[in-house]
Ligand binder design. Structure first.
Ligand code: NAD
Ligand code: UD1
Length: 366
């Protein structure tokens, strides 16, 4: 079993991945500055994994709060810290050797990245560089990176293969592409005297849903911009209707088609990726994580209504800037390299998203 560092583990995808990794038997150190994550997410993860809280402590500075859970030889530590600060990251390497880092911490809102590009280059690119530098200082060279299908921009061919051109169309996508380039440079840097890096760039399609318990899920800050959280808010009466962005796309019903992937399938994909890296010689893997199936906005609305017995009123509106008609993964490389594929269907996605929302209508804030 491995000792893994999870940056951004108190966020949406990171928390679900923490649970999957604990259930696979690994021990974890999580670092998060809570800018968009919650201690409650990790508390729930520890509970679901059957760990007991051992202690909570604070160092001189407030940002160095720490929480510890344990069960038998397995442990989970949560550190409050900023990935841009070497001293914060170094805390994670202090008490034990870290075998691999899964790097989720970052900023992810496309519109915000257009308004505040420097924040995105700072956290996503400079932050990733800092993580890699502290890893190298500590002789840890196994790294799983949260990339995004957004690096493909407006892909010309669907399903999208990893060989499709990288041509992001917004600053968020540019920062993901820049980190991928940094990782290719790093993978190529090892010589006879330098042990090689083991790296996986995982390009997620559209992560949705929540753990089946309803105890962890997506907790958007302010008004959500992604489809599933908005459908949940409409279904629960928090907003009057879903605005469907475009009904004149070149798709069967005119609405946008996406490859929605259940967040627990995504989490298990990370488990498969890190175990593959640790078991194999140094290499760089670039993999799509998606289901390979596309669903339109109206199909999502209908599936949600049918699965949950709810009503989701909607209105057809004009297209949203920067959207494309279809984005669907070719997931065959991940299947063959990791022995992983999605197993949760659209009904499971809709049921789990709705259970999380109903149990936590205000997210972790209540
Ligand atoms: P999230 O915002 O829920 O999680 C990110 C976590 O990182 C949060 O807990 C936040 O507090 C933390 N964080 C941010 N800046 C930090 C810093 N400077 N230091 C320490 N912690 C910091 O986002 P998510 O949806 O879980 O996404 C995780 C990763 O996956 C991101 O890198 C994102 O770009 C990528 N990704 C997400 C999606 C998606 O649809 N959610 C799609 C593709 C890629
Ligand atoms: C968006 C981001 C993408 C990011 C991904 C996951 C843009 C242009 N792209 O992808 O970079 O990786 O989120 O965070 O922002 N829709 C509606 N009404 C709504 C919301 C969405 O009709 O109120 C439609 C969209 O037009 C799209 C589909 O639903 O066809 C999915 O939208 P969304 O969940 O925002 O994801 P993406 O746009 O695919």
């Amino acid at each position: 079993m491995a000792n893994l560092l999870i940056t951004g583990g108190a966020g949406y995808i990171g928390s679900h991945t923490c649970l999957a990794l604990l259930q696979m038997g690994h021990s974890l150190v999580v670092i998060d500055d809570f800018s968009n994550g919650s201690v409650d997410a990790i508390r729930a993860v520890a509970r679901l994994a059957g760990l007991q809280q051992r202690s909570r402590s604070a160092s001189g500075q407030a940002r160095h709060h720490q929480w510890h859970w344990q069960q038998g030889g397995q442990h989970l530590t949560l550190l409050e810290g900023d990935i841009r600060l070497a001293a914060d990251l170094q805390l994670a390497f202090e008490d034990q050797a870290i075998d691999a880092v899964l790097h989720f911490a970052g900023l992810k809102a496309v519109a915000e990245s257009v308004a505040k590009p420097l924040d995105y280059w700072n956290v996503n690119v400079a932050g990733s560089r800092q993580v890699l530098e502290v890893m190298a200082d500590n002789h840890c060279r196994t790294f799983v990176f949260s990339s995004s299908a957004t690096v493909y921009g407006m892909a010309e061919r669907v399903p999208i293969a990893e060989t499709s051109p990288v041509q992001p169309i917004n600053p968020y996508g540019q920062t993901k592409a820049a980190v991928e380039q940094m990782l290719r440079d790093l993978a190529a840097s090892s010589g006879p005297a330098e042990p090689g890096w083991r790296i996986a760039c995982l390009r997620y399609f559209n992560p949705v849903g929540a753990h089946e318990s309803g105890a962890i899920g997506e907790d958007p800050d302010g008004v959500p911009s992604n489809l599933l959280p908005l459908i949940c808010q409409v279904a629960s009466g928090q907003r009057p209707a879903l605005q469907v962005y475009g009904s004149d796309w070149a798709t069967p019903d005119g609405t946008g088609v996406r490859d929605y992937i259940h967040v627990m399938d995504l989490a298990e994909g990370h488990g498969a990726a890190v175990e593959t890296l640790l078991a194999e010689p140094p290499q760089l893997l670039t993999l799509n994580l998606g289901s390979g199936r596309g669903h339109s906005v109206l199909q999502m609305v209908q599936a949600f209504e049918h699965t949950n017995g709810t009503s989701v009123p909607y209105e057809l509106c004009s297209r949203r800037a920067g959207d494309s008609a279809v984005s669907v993964a070719d997931p065959s490389v991940a299947r063959s390299r990791l022995g992983w594929q999605t197993s949760r269907d659209l009904a499971t996605i809709c049921r789990d998203a709705w259970r999380w929302h109903q149990q936590n209508p205000s997210g972790y804030a209540q």
